[in-house]
Design a protein around this ligand. Structure first.
Ligand code: MSP
Length: 668
């Protein structure tokens, strides 16, 4: 055990200034899914989350509510815990910055910093006067350039910053510029996605300013020992949680195992707090002579109507309502499948309902119920005999039985989980589901069942089908843990999937199945009924110039009823393309200019999707593209092709491949 690589993963600790919203849940669900994927591979993992309870903001809110700050924090911390329970979050520890073990840890870290010298031989902590614009919501200083005028507004919170002057203790961050650059450039501190790493490096290159680590005006915090009347700056206090929670104060075995000794130390953060995690925190640790994080992944924002989901923006959706309606598995699935984890993406209820019905109710739900119903019908509800490996059979269910093929497929999925490419991991699993659904149609077990001579074939197919379902439930389990357990129960297995379930052939012939229940009964959109159109709409949103965008004009020879023959359809060249850049067309409400990769070439395409998608959220996405369309100009911008989208009540919904298909792949 002592020599095994360890995996420590953390979420930010969330402010208790309000109850949790889906943005907080997004990070926490993602971290939980990775922790579960680690455990599934028998890895030694520790998953930490918690709450950030000190600071001026909390002090003010508690005062406004007329309660003591501690009482207020206790209330909100328990709401966070209750939500995590509902969302099946299995953390190893929940740290609160008001916990004794945390306070003692902060003081120990402080002791190390207080006596430390930086690379330039000067003390890392010194006293000075600070004057600057302070945003109490960020609990951070802003430069004049960052503020929005008029009103000196914080760009993230759209609230007035306060001019603050006081004598404080400072941390000499500037002394760590060279060291930080080396850590980041060498990849010893891996910052992902790469764009964020470059952003942090650019900040370092501009020169780093020292930051204050104590506050005189705030009472609600951990008192600085040698500075009566000061408490620690809330970020210094908060960042320390990543070690204090492990028992840093007492040099505990968990601290040694997951932080002090080599292993992956991964912080999940939203992109707005990357500087604290990639600059302040590593420098503080280095100064204290402690190991630094090995990886920081800054994910994108969940937006609604194009704006960051947050209390200050006022566009909050209640996570409890979503869980009430769709259940925890669907919540987790949707959040991790819909966007690309590093990018911003826009939440809509329509998209939620569509994914629920298409992926969970139809693809997965139907596969499970069809397979189990056939075993109930043709095998009296008992698992059929385990078939021998068939080296020549090409169906996915037979290929999974071959050891190397299964190992390669598992690797693909686990590599995606490790890269925090949840959409990739899930789309690989859903690729299996699509293939299996097709295989049922091709094998037509109902036909095999009519012929007693073909009984062995029928049984072999059904056993392999159930094994494939068991394996895919195991692999999707990190994201949909309850559904995975329910599938296991229906297969007659008890408990939850674990590492032993990654091998083929675990189902025991002759054992009865459990009770068959619908996994994800279809849902309706509360506000409107969802209509999906299969006809590709013109996606430019503007009136298409004749003969360019829009359905092809009826070609000569088209049938009178508007139907076309296959040769006419074949004239349209459709391919999978990947969006490399996206930017709103100036002066247009609907148009976005895209640079897309077709594998063999790059193209500029204009699409009328700005009312449904934020430009930044599109980068990296794969889309279906009409390649051989005559060029057209939309609002003066040249477009060389057309992105296909469904038109849902006037809004564009992009069509994208269901599995990870290479760019340039032909669509037929
Ligand atoms: N307390 C600090 C973090 C200290 S960590 C040492 C803080 N708290 S917070 O309550 O504001 O939470 C911020 C984090 O919540 C983000 O970094 C992100 O992980 C998550 N999110 C909050 N809103 C979000 C979105 N709208 N979208 C995605 N994640 C979001 O900052």
């Amino acid at each position: 055990m002592a020599n095994r690589k360890t995996y420590y993963l953390t979420t930010p600790i969330y402010y208790v200034n309000d109850v949790p919203h889906p943005g907080h849940a997004y990070t926490t669900v993602a971290a939980d899914a990775l922790a579960r994927a680690h455990r599934l591979q028998s890895r030694d993992a520790f998953f930490l989350t918690g709450t950030d309870e000190h600071g001026q903001n909390i002090e003010r809110i508690a005062r406004e509510k007329g309660v003591r700050p501690q009482e207020y924090c206790d209330g909100i911390a328990s709401v966070f815990k209750a939500l995590w329970d509902r969302l099946l979050i299995r953390y190893d520890r929940f740290i609160r910055t008001t916990d004794e073990v945390h306070k003692r840890g902060v003081l120990k870290l402080w002791g190390l910093l207080r006596s430390a010298e930086g690379p330039d031989g000067r003390p890392v902590i010194y006293r000075d006067t600070y004057a600057g614009w302070y945003c109490p919501r960020c609990e951070g200083f802003k430069t004049e350039d960052e503020l929005k005028q008029p009103g000196n507004l914080c760009p993230d919170h759209e609230r007035a910053s306060e001019w603050t002057e006081e004598e404080n203790l400072f941390f000499r961050l500037s002394a760590y510029e060279g060291w930080l650059r080396e850590e980041i450039e060498s990849g010893r501190l891996l910052i992902e996605p790469a764009g964020r790493r470059n952003e942090v490096l650019a900040v370092v290159r501009q020169g780093l300013k020292d930051f204050s680590v104590s506050r005189a005006r705030v009472k609600w915090g951990i008192p600085v020992p040698d500075d009566p009347g000061h408490v620690f700056y809330v970020w210094m206090d908060a960042l320390a949680n990543y070690v204090t929670a492990l028992g840093f104060a007492d040099d505990s075995p968990d601290y040694r195992r997951f932080w002090a000794e080599a292993g992956e130390r991964l912080h999940f953060v939203g992109k707005e707090i990357i500087r604290f995690h990639c600059l302040y925190w590593p420098a503080m640790l280095k100064a204290a002579g402690l190991p630094v994080p090995s990886r920081v992944f800054a994910h994108g924002w969940l937006t609604k109507g194009g704006k960051k989901l947050s209390k200050s923006t006022g566009n909050i959706i209640s996570p409890d309502d979503l869980i009430d309606r769709f259940g925890p598995d669907a919540f987790r699935y949707f959040f991790l499948r819909e966007g690309s984890f590093g990018q911003d993406w826009d939440f809509t209820e329509d998209a939620f309902v569509r994914r629920f019905n298409a992926d969970l109710a139809n693809d997965l739900g139907n596969l499970v119920s069809r397979a189990l119903t056939m075993v109930a019908r043709y095998c009296e509800g008992k698992l059929p005999a385990r078939p021998a490996v068939s080296p020549s059979a090409m169906g996915i269910e037979a290929r999974l039985q071959r050891e190397e093929e299964l190992a390669a497929r598992l690797r693909t999925i686990f590599v995606a989980y490790d890269a925090l490419d949840y959409a990739g991991a899930l789309s690989a699993v859903w690729g299996w589901i699509a293939e299996l659904n097709q295989r049922i149609v091709v094998e037509a077990p109902w036909e095999l069942a009519k012929d007693p001579v073909r009984r062995p074939e029928l049984e072999a197919f059904l056993y392999r089908l159930l094994e494939a379902i068991r394996l895919l439930a195991t692999l999707a389990g990190p994201v949909i843990p309850n559904a995975a357990c329910r599938i296991f129960a229906m297969l007659g297995l008890s408990g939850e999937p674990g590492p032993q379930d990654l091998a083929w052939g675990r189902l025991e012939p002759g054992k009865p199945l459990g009770k068959i229940e619908p996994l994800f009964p279809r849902v309706e959109n509360k506000e409107k009924s969802v209509t999906e159109t299969k006809v590709p709409a013109t996606s430019d949103g503007a009136a298409p110039p004749a003969g360019t965008a829009g359905p092809a004009p009826a070609a000569a020879g088209a049938a009178m009823d508007g139907r076309i023959d296959i040769a006419e359809f074949a004239r349209v060249e459709l391919r999978v393309a990947q969006i490399l850049e996206a930017e709103k067309v100036q002066g247009s409400k609907k148009l976005i200019r895209l640079q897309v990769d077709l594998g063999t070439e790059k193209r500029q395409v204009v699409a009328g999707i700005a009312e449904s998608y934020a430009a930044e959220a599109l980068v990296g996405r794969k889309v279906a593209l009409v390649v051989n369309l005559k060029p057209a100009k939309l609002m003066g911008v040249e477009s060389n092709g057309m992105v296909l989208a469904a038109s849902l009540e006037g809004k564009a919904v992009l069509l994208q491949p269901d599995a990870d298909v290479p760019v340039g792949t032909k669509i037929r």
